[in-house]
Design a protein around this ligand. Structure first.
Ligand code: ARG
Length: 430
């Protein structure tokens, strides 16, 4: 059963190959497809292409389908290509020819576009919400452990005193930057492509402003070709934001893997949060963070996959675009799972509170001691030399006093300002 039926059935192999994963993936678009159609037919009635009573019947029908989707009863039947066809077939089956009227002034090209914009808007909101939760968790850990020092490294060599407060707080602020990317992606998704039809508009006097308002979009993609071109761009912007969060999470996972290692021993987790070895009876492995690192590193390839899939496509709709769903749908789910998993794990993290007294970290304090001499009047270069020679001759004795006061340092984390920054961004996701 095809919307484009002209008396012949496509070859089974062709059908399977071209439909691909659509029957499954399109289920995630179903409720948006119905919403889009509801807005479209309201508009059709307003321009005289449907009567009031036809509109009522169709709205009732679409309402029933929406309820079936919510109850998980909606499926795309074998032989039906996609969600757009399925919805139209159900309406026609139940209400007769009137069901065929919903497609006036439309094309599946703009149906899928509007579905994807609505879907992506919701997914980006979910990602923003999960990011915000993790952000709050990190900020509260940062406050809780603000006085607990840990070694800071450069070149992976012991460098200067850091703190758990600084560490947790750093990932919180990094997520605020990622949230900016998410907001940019959200704004790109929040524009109405409906009315672009096959990609070149329609000779029906469509009221696109009306559907924009009905669907709660902030603006339109005005130019119908630009609207069609936004397929791929919307996904790419979202993927870049997801990749940005993923890069933060992957790096954080690496820290934890390393710091759970016995050579560091900075953090640990209760046994139930680790995994064992089949041969080494003592092992308590950080598999969660390794899987996290792997998943988040993979997610960073998604923008690249999209770039390759869409490179040099001719202007207008091309069926290649269908495969964007295969790439982006799992990615939006995966990043939320990763964010939630982080939040879950951090509720159980244990911090080693006295790492810093280990003599192997003595040299962390050289810079503090140089600065102390300089503050008491010695020229900076002489102070550096004095401490440097003590180290060189094995005579350096750290004072272990850390007194950082400037904004964003161990003694002045400015978490409240970082929170304000984050909240200003979040407010803009309406
Ligand atoms: N499944 C298709 C997609 O995702 C829907 C649009 C089909 N349009 C077409 N001209 N064949 O792109």
């Amino acid at each position: 059963m095809k919307l484009w039926d002209k008396g012949y059935e496509p070859d089974k192999m062709i059908e399977e190959f071209t439909v691909g994963q659509d029957r499954e993936l399109d289920l995630r678009l179903a409720r948006y497809d119905v919403e889009g159609s509801m807005a479209h037919i309201r508009m059709l009635e307003s321009i005289g292409l449907l009567t009031k009573s036809e509109l009522e019947v169709l709205l009732k029908g679409l309402g029933e389908i929406r309820a079936e989707i919510e109850r998980g009863e909606f499926t795309i039947e074998p032989g039906v290509e996609d969600v757009h066809s399925q919805v139209e077939f159900i309406l026609t089956e139940r209400y007769g020819d009137i069901g065929k009227k919903i497609h006036s002034g439309r094309s599946r090209n703009d149906q899928v576009l509007v579905d994807l914009k609505l879907f992506m808007r919701d997914e980006l909101r979910k990602i923003a919400h999960a990011t915000e939760n993790l952000f709050e968790r990190l900020q509260s850990l940062s406050e809780e452990y603000q006085d607990v020092l840990m070694p800071g490294y450069t070149h992976l060599q012991v460098a200067m005193p850091s703190s758990f407060g600084l560490w947790f707080g750093a990932y919180a602020e990094a997520l605020a930057d990622d949230m900016q990317m998410l907001l940019a992606a959200y704004r790109i998704a929040d524009q109405n492509p409906l009315g672009s039809a096959a990609g070149y508009g329609s000779s029906f006097p469509l009221n696109r402003t009306m559907t924009t308002e009905l669907l709660g979009f902030s603006d339109l993609h005005y130019n119908v070709v630009a609207a069609q071109m936004s397929r791929g761009k919307t996904e790419r912007a979202a993927a870049m934001a997801i990749a940005s969060i993923a890069s933060t999470l992957a790096r954080f996972a690496m820290d934890v893997c390393m710091w759970m290692c016995q050579n560091f021993g900075f953090v640990s987790f209760p046994d139930e949060f680790t995994t064992g070895s089949s041969i080494m009876p003592h092992k308590k492995n950080p598999d969660v963070f390794e899987i996290m690192r792997g998943k988040c590193n993979r997610l960073q390839s998604v923008p690249n996959e999209i770039a390759l899939l869409t490179a040099n496509l001719p202007l207008g709709y091309n069926r290649d675009l269908q495969l964007l769903k295969d790439i982006t749908f799992p990615a939006t789910t995966e990043i939320v799972k990763c964010l939630e998993m982080w939040d879950f794990m951090l509720q159980h993290i244990r911090i080693n509170r006295d790492i810093i007294n280990d003599p192997k970290y003595d040299y962390l304090f050289t810079v503090e001691d140089v600065n102390r001499l300089a503050l008491s009047g010695m020229p900076y270069r002489d102070a550096y030399k004095t401490i440097g020679m003590q180290v060189q001759h094995g005579e350096y004795k750290p004072t272990r006093e850390v007194h950082h006061t400037h904004e964003g340092s161990t003694g002045n984390l400015c978490n409240d300002r970082i929170a304000a920054k984050m909240h200003r961004i979040i407010e803009q996701f309406k």
